[in-house]
Write a protein that binds this ligand. Structure first.
Ligand SMILES: Cc1cc2nc3c(=O)[nH]c(=O)nc-3n(C[C@H](O)[C@H](O)[C@H](O)COP(=O)(O)OP(=O)(O)OC[C@H]3O[C@@H](n4cnc5c(N)ncnc54)[C@H](O)[C@@H]3O)c2cc1C
Length: 448
């Protein structure tokens, strides 16, 4: 039987009172905080690690997937486009030149509007960006529980080097990736286990030589991917290799399995011309827990969404079908002052896989941050936010709210799992990433 102990009541110091409080400094939290600050309200961002970027930096997912539809139309503008450029401000990139000046369209056969980026340079650039935008970032601080009054979050308890403290705010944005606040505040959520993978950077003299010959730094120091490629919500992931990212046991199991893959690899590749030079310091969970909101992403024939906060795509498809994400997918009637942002917004099945790509996370972050600032200024709940006002601000900032005529022809393409035509364990080398799939199956698109 589970044992419990009762903790004695204790006075907790209130260290901050702010307008908007963001939990989590991944790409979604950064976008939310910056968007709110741009509306002139006070913003604090609480981050449990010591770097910004979340999975995109400490999780080694340094691939900003396409923000165009693969037919020459830009789908994501606003912060989803700005953040791509912030990530590559101080490092090499492989952004196609045709997109560098941020045009709305490019020739239909253009390379995709995407880039790899250097992790340390992105972290430093994100530090600078958030500081310049007036966001108060507090590192090394873990949200643990909400302070509730009915269905309103009045504040949160944060554990840090200073001990247990309280942060009070008018509006909250849960960008923890795992819906920590939404769940603990009592809203409905769905959980999903994730397959194990492990990305790291390596030095291999042969590969490096090729990169040097081509003058391509990103190619000289590629990323290696061990583990299984996701099915994109097709539901074929192997049960025995899945872990629950919302429990201590699941996280530890994931870390043991994924680091085990890396250690096996190292043992087999103990050579003088090879070195592993980085490890992820965030477990690479794709989907863990999400809000079950008032609405969710519809990815069938439902194209026009009146309350759309922006267009999204499955970034791996070419051409990519363009969908619209409803405002109601960021909120729930169970909570009056909490928004979800990032890979934990309301989207089920394949829709969840679509909403977890970096550009979509930034889009929902921007919308949540802007809406939170509006709610502070208008002294209203998340349910009462003036959606037209929100849409106007987003649109003025470059967000594409609705599909254009040019984006309409793209037909949905469903991902297929394919047996690879190589022996399990054979490295597949593409330009910036080396895949090794020990189980011997992977998705059709071989890149991510
Ligand atoms: C293996 C893998 C490969 C992927 N490949 C790609 C790809 O190639 N391109 C792409 O676009 N997308 C890819 N994705 C998806 C994408 O990287 C993520 O979905 C996206 O970065 C999530 O951003 P986020 O801000 O929503 O969440 P996260 O990046 O998870 O950020 C959450 C942040 O909140 C913090 N946090 C969590 N809990 C707390 C707490 N209690 N208190 C305080 N802080 C907290 C975390 O430290 C973190 O910084 C991949 C994901 C994985 C796992």
């Amino acid at each position: 039987m589970e044992q419990h102990i009762r903790i004695p009541e204790k006075e907790v110091p209130v260290v901050k009172e702010t307008d908007v409080l963001v939990i989590g400094g991944g790409v979604a939290g950064i976008a939310a905080a910056v968007a709110a600050a741009r509306q002139g309200v006070k913003v604090t961002l609480i981050e449990k690690s010591i770097v910004l970027g979340g999975l995109a930096t400490s999780g080694h997912v340094c691939v900003y997937l396409p923000i165009d539809d693969g037919n020459g139309n830009k789908v994501y503008g606003g912060l989803a486009e700005d953040l791509l450029h912030v990530c590559i401000r101080y490092s090499q990139d492989n952004l196609p030149e045709v997109w560098r000046s941020k045009p709305d369209t490019a020739p239909a056969d253009s390379e995709r509007y995407m880039t790899n980026f250097n992790i340390p340079a992105a972290v430093l650039s994100l530090d600078e960006f958030t500081a310049q935008e007036g966001v108060d970032v507090v590192f090394d601080s873990v949200f643990s529980e909400p302070i509730m009054e009915g269905n309103t979050v009045k504040g949160i308890i944060v554990e840090s080097k200073s001990g247990r403290t309280a942060y009070m705010a008018k509006m909250f944005i849960d960008a923890s990736g795992d819906a920590d606040l939404v769940y603990r505040a009592g809203a409905d959520t769905e959980t999903l286990k994730t397959i194990v993978s492990h990305w790291f950077h390596e030095l291999d003299f042969d590969i490096m030589k090729r990169g040097i010959e081509e003058g391509d730094m990103l190619r000289a120091v590629p990323m290696r991917w061990l583990g299984l490629v996701p099915s994109g919500g097709a539901g074929d992931e192997k049960e025995d290799l899945t872990c629950d990212g919302t429990t201590t046991e699941g996280v530890n199991e994931y870390i043991r399995l994924s680091r085990g893959l890396a250690l096996d690899f190292l043992k087999k590749n103990r050579r003088d011309d090879f070195a592993m030079i980085s490890l992820p310091f965030t477990p690479q969970f794709r989907m863990t827990r999400r809000l079950v909101g008032n609405d969710e992403l519809k990815y069938d024939d439902e194209y026009y969404i009146d309350s759309s906060i922006g267009c999204v795509i499955s970034s791996l498809d070419k051409p990519a079908t363009v969908y619209e994400f409803p405002y109601e997918g960021l909120i729930t009637d169970k909570l009056s002052n909490v928004f979800a942002a990032g890979r934990m917004v309301s989207a089920s099945g394949r829709g969840w896989a679509i909403m977890r790509f970096i550009p979509a996370c930034v889009l929902t972050g921007e919308a949540a941050g802007t809406a939170a600032a509006l709610a502070v200024k208008d002294e209203c709940t998340v349910q009462q936010v003036d959606i037209r006002k929100l849409q106007k601000i987003l649109e003025d900032n470059g967000v594409k709210l609705h599909r254009t005529k040019a984006m309409e022809g793209n037909k949905p393409k469903i991902w297929k799992l394919e047996k690879p035509d190589v022996e399990p364990g054979t490295p597949i080398i593409n330009k910036y990433c080396v895949h090794v799939d020990p189980e011997g199956y992977r998705m059709a698109g071989d890149k991510h």
